[in-house]
Design a binder for this molecule. Sequence first.
Ligand SMILES: Cc1ncc(COP(=O)(O)O)c(C=O)c1O
Length: 398
Amino acid sequence: MPGFEIFGDEERQQVQEVLETGVLMRYGFDGARKGRWKAREFETELSAKLGVKYCHLCSSGTAALSVALAACGIGAGDQVIVPPFTFVATIESLLMAGAVPVFVDIDESLGLDPAAVEAAVTPATKAVLPVHMCGAMVQIDRLKALCERKGVLLIEDACQSVGATFKGKAMGSFGKMGCFSFDPVKTVTCGEGGAVITDDPKLYDLAQAFSDHGHDHVGTDRGLEKHAILGTNFRISELNAAVGLAQLRKLDQMLTIQRRNKAMIKEALTRIPGVTFRSLPDPQGDSATFLSFFLPEEEKTRQAAKALAQAGVDSCFYWYDNNWHYLRQWDHIKTLSLPAKLGIGLTVKAPDYTKVKLPQSDRIMGRLISMQIKLSWSEAQIAQRVEKMVAVLQKSGA
Ligand SMILES: Cc1ncc(COP(=O)(O)O)c(C=O)c1O
């Protein structure tokens, strides 16, 4: 997810403007900052781009998830339905809040399967937290309808999917709150950063206060600001926001390049009989950061991923064996290993995560390869890549 591939004068200029003022904090120092408010500008532009009323920047996507959970009132003992395919941060944020992740199967959209969610919701379910993995969307319309019908909260982890839409509406804008990451390898990067979005003024208020020790941010004297709630420090710095602001302004250009590059490769792979593709509930809305495809069976897929790397086709991820993105390899989470006690064991009995079985997800993940789409590829490089991929995949008996 390659925002870093196109750093240029725009990012340097934005950072320079911050350094000239000497004010690296997003709040206060009104005189010294010469009218430069990079975090605020970023928030205004991102909410306009995503079509939501409010956006609040945080120090990371993980922080954004914690902020969203806190603002939505999810805490000790609350059950939240999550997919087993995500970056561990989604689960960490729940565990740190004392909440209880309930793992439910994914479908070929690589996100929560609405039918499996329907079957898993109980009176104890407080929220459903779908994750839009690898730049595209889950079946968000069905999940939203289901959550409304069942009276549970919908919170979206759109950390990997800035710029993706479903029928023209931004991922992250369907739920009560949506979360984004702008870490070093995301489409839009701040170095480190994240954001929560919402249309609800109360949730926005809670989010911005919670991210900054409870400050209400009213007035111009930080020491005299009020604190209706406890909070912590999940603030973004002006330097990070400045980089992200320049990057955000390049998002449309990045999406155009990604979509073109992906289309060329996908078209070529379509001709290989055993290769099928991730289902996209709205292909037009794919941000195209990855091309995710399936082979007919697990062992052949594992071998093909290795063969692609050996042939010089880089950035092909076999998530099933990856230690960070799929429940199967998360021994530390399954055993709730932490240097100190977790709330989940104290407030409610922790489920035995070592016993969670999700055969439908295993069948999908075991056959999945996701290839990152880069911005810097020339047409000749794409053609070479396609040639190598077709050779490897045909040989692997796909
Ligand atoms: C799906 C998902 N959720 C959350 C995060 C956490 O974001 P960050 O790295 O900014 O903390 C990531 C980052 O990779 C992610 O991919």
